[in-house]
Design a binder for this molecule. Structure first.
Ligand SMILES: NC(=O)c1ccc[n+]([C@@H]2O[C@H](COP(=O)([O-])OP(=O)(O)OC[C@H]3O[C@@H](n4cnc5c(N)ncnc54)[C@H](O)[C@@H]3O)[C@@H](O)[C@H]2O)c1
Length: 379
């Protein structure tokens, strides 16, 4: 079914649910760190009522809502009980990575729209299962990439779409921190599942793949390591429980003859692995090294192109974001607006499936020590 036909179908279901003229009933699954940003953004929306919250840790959701001064909420010990017992218009899934797919599929089976925190999932197989459940559902999933709402990030896509760069053939991207390994549930296989690749790598990939229209990934030669995370010299007591990647790099072939050269690090012995550079047949774009997980570019971008035979550099000034609220508020608002219209999802899984396929391919290639084909099911 085409996205347009699917959209009309989902719209009809929304009308049936009669959400016009009343507040949207929202539930939050997982009340840890990032849920704090969700609740603060929901609280400033005039058309939202937080009616339910779930967390596996007894008492955590109750304390969370008390801390944020939200009353009248019903509490549940996991996503299942919440979804089984509530009539919800939408859910925010703020669980750690290994608990992204299961609650999302459970919500989709009950036709509840989902705002799912990034990364989409841990494995490609999970991402495929979510996409399948979404196709069988009247609801949609939007993946929580708030940088998508930044004017400078949007400008990258506008520049590519304008044609000023010509045909894109090579991209160098990535990012990282000299020291910046998180703790908490990010660093264990059982909860984080993947490390720097999933935490910040997915943002770098989204920044460039979204700009060039998310071409399909074909092959990847990937590498991951954990030299910093596992070393008490750099990671203190957390080294003993560290079981994910802290660095990833890859050479990826995309449909349309495009090469993507990518690297990402939670820790390394250099301040940055470099700027993002997009090479095209008519021009190139330099995006100064960016902590893109924080939502924007690292400085004014430069287009290198020839104007009437003269090698010219055009600097794009940093743009201010318009409208009310920060990027996180815009992410929440975009989800609520999509709930009201029955979709489409502001950040659709049809795109982010490719992002996840690359991350999964990097891990598989690294384990095998050779280039792998990226094979996945989009039906
Ligand atoms: N968008 C952003 O800027 C951003 C920033 C930080 C983290 N994140 C993402 O948010 C997610 C959560 O990160 P965090 O730091 O808040 O983690 P966290 O460990 O602080 O919180 C996760 C909570 O989910 C609960 N949980 C897990 N499975 C559950 C289930 N099935 N039902 C109910 N509760 C469940 C856990 O008990 C925990 O309290 C991660 O995927 C992370 O990548 C996004």
């Amino acid at each position: 079914m085409s996205d347009a036909v699917l959209g009309q179908f989902k719209q009809a279901i929304v009308e049936e649910k009669k959400i016009e003229g009343r507040k949207l009933k929202i539930g939050i699954i997982g009340t840890g760190w990032i849920a704090e940003s969700h609740i603060q953004s929901y609280k400033i929306q005039p058309d939202v009522e937080i009616v339910a919250a779930a967390d596996l840790i007894p008492g955590k959701a109750e304390k969370f809502m008390e801390r944020f001064g939200v009353s009248g909420v019903r509490f549940y010990p996991s996503h299942k009980e919440m979804i089984d017992n509530e009539e919800l218009d939408g859910v925010s899934i703020c669980t750690y990575n290994t608990q992204h797919a299961e609650p999302t599929i459970y919500a989709l089976k009950k036709n509840i729209p989902v705002l799912l925190e990034k990364p989409f999932t841990v494995t490609l197989e999970e991402a495929e299962a979510v996409c399948k459940a979404e196709k069988e559902s009247t609801a949609f999933v939007s993946v929580g990439f708030q940088p998508r709402f930044d004017a400078n990030m949007q400008m990258i896509k506008k520049i590519v779409d304008s044609g000023v760069l010509g045909k894109i053939y090579y991209i160098q991207t990535g990012g990282g921190r000299r020291r910046g390994i998180p703790g908490s549930t990010f660093i264990e296989k059982s909860t984080g599942g993947i490390g720097a690749l999933g935490d910040i790598g997915c943002y770098s990939l989204d920044m460039v793949l979204n700009a060039i229209g998310y071409p399909k990934p074909l092959t990847v030669s990937g590498y991951v390591s954990d030299y910093f995370g596992k070393n008490p010299k750099y990671n203190g007591a957390d080294a003993a429980r560290f079981s994910v990647d802290d660095f990833g790099a890859a050479f990826i072939r995309l449909e349309g003859g495009i090469i993507l050269d990518f690297r990402i690090a939670w820790a390394m012995h250099v301040n940055t692995p470099g700027d993002t550079i997009i090479f095209g047949t008519e021009g190139a774009l330099r995006i100064p090294s960016t902590d893109c997980w924080n939502g924007s570019v690292g400085g004014p971008m430069t287009i290198y192109h020839d104007v009437c035979g003269a090698q010219t550099e055009t600097v794009i000034p940093i743009l201010q974001n318009s409208g009310k609220g920060g990027l996180f508020d815009k992410k929440i608002r975009s989800f609520l607006d999509a709930v009201k219209t029955g979709g489409p999802a502001p950040v659709p899984t049809s795109q982010i499936l490719y992002n996840q396929a690359i991350i999964d391919g990097i891990n598989k290639s690294s384990a095998l020590g050779k280039e792998v084909e990226i094979v996945f099911n989009e039906d």
